[in-house]
Design a protein around this ligand. Structure first.
Ligand code: KIV
Length: 279
């Protein structure tokens, strides 16, 4: 099978086949997700929080995204790689957005870019798409605007907000986006948008009726537990497993039960004797 591309993703929606996507930030996670048959990998700017330890995605830079995208590109053989455009790498003007989208493709190995925003960002999306770069939109709870939104809260519960989200989704489709992420919006609104759009919706905290779902790897594996959003499904408690393994390792080293012969290398004893008694 060849690499997953935008046509495959469109066909999945047409066939009614759900589209799984997860974040990946390095070679190993990309390799594992790719081997598990996940069609879409997102090098999300959530790496700012779960990998780099920031308290939001706002400090993430283009250099951060490129660094991680390159590692993911080395690990993924079949999956399509979508890379987030970080805060203020596309909002200044279209020229800036084009230059940075091109860098993510040329230097980072991205197959598509994702940017946050609806109607207001649609002209920029159209320009990037015209240049041959596939774009995934992202509306609803857009973490790069967390301060403007007044926190991480459900979006689109009120009439006006809901109507705006529908317009945003339609504007992104019109601009040529190949898919759109709906983050933390009521399930009923996500269903309506999903039915209205020809392009796939990828939900996170947007209910079961989106065309696909995306989860943050560290959340679903229990590696990041400082804050666990309601929409996370925990598939493993790797954080506990890893911490217990580290503690056991420390104890083994301290008490001398690691390493043993099994983990060590040996050499010809005569060489040692020559070293001890030089001629
Ligand atoms: O950065 C990210 O991981 C994302 C997903 C939450 C959609 O944008």
């Amino acid at each position: 099978m060849g690499k997953v591309n935008v046509l495959d993703v469109a066909e999945m929606k047409a066939r009614g086949e759900k589209i799984p996507m997860i974040t990946a930030y390095d070679f190993t996670s990309a390799q594992l997700a790719d081997r598990a048959g996940i069609p879409l990998l997102l090098v999300g700017d959530s790496l700012g929080m779960v990998v780099l330890g920031y308290d939001s995605t706002i400090p993430v830079t283009m250099e951060d995204m490129l660094h991680h995208a390159k590692a993911v590109a080395r690990g993924a053989k079949q999956s399509m790689i979508v890379v987030d455009m970080p805060f203020m790498s596309y909002q200044v003007d279209e020229q800036q957005a084009m230059t940075n989208a091109a860098r993510l493709m040329q230097e980072g190995g991205a197959h598509a870019v994702k940017l946050e925003g609806g109607v207001k960002i649609a002209p920029t999306v159209a320009r990037i798409v015209e240049a041959g770069i596939p774009v995934m939109g992202h509306i609803g709870l857009t973490p790069q605007s967390v301060h403007a939104l007044g926190g991480y809260r459900v979006q689109g519960r009120q009439q006006e907000q809901a109507a705006q989200l529908v317009k945003d989704a339609e504007a992104l489709q019109q601009a040529g986006a190949f898919a759109v992420v709906l983050e933390v919006v009521p399930s009923q609104l996500a269903r309506l948008i999903t039915q209205r759009l020809k392009i796939p919706t990828i939900g996170i905290g947007a209910g079961p009726e989106c065309d696909g779902q995306v989860q943050v790897l560290h959340d679903m594996l229990g590696l990041f537990t400082d804050f666990v959003p309601k929409h996370v499904k925990r598939y493993a408690d790797l954080g506990e497993v890893v911490q217990a393994s580290f503690a056991q390792y420390a104890q083994d080293v301290k008490e001398g039960s690691f390493p043993t012969k099994e983990h060590s290398f040996s050499m010809d004893e005569s060489i040692l004797e020559n070293l001890a008694n030089p001629q």
